[in-house]
Design a protein. Structure first.
Length: 75
């Protein structure tokens, strides 16, 4: 994890191009149904702590920078 901050919420902002990169990085969190924009999987919040680094990487690598997340202080 990054410091003492843990991801508690993830969302996709407007402008997704459905490239599936996020799903390739964190398939427990993201899905890209055929012909649709990326979305957060139902019940994905149970995977946030386990996939923290992958969520951060997906957000960083997103070519259109539409993956956003909120952190909580776990200190």
């Amino acid at each position: 994890m990054s410091g003492n901050k843990a991801i508690q919420k993830v969302w996709i902002e407007e402008g997704c191009i459905s490239c599936s990169l996020c799903m390739d990085i964190a398939p427990d969190v993201f899905e890209v149904p055929d012909g649709e924009d990326c979305r957060i999987r139902p019940c994905a919040s149970q995977h946030f702590a386990r996939r923290d680094a992958d969520i951060r990487l997906a957000a960083e690598d997103c070519p259109v920078e539409v993956i956003a997340f909120e952190e909580r202080d776990d200190s």
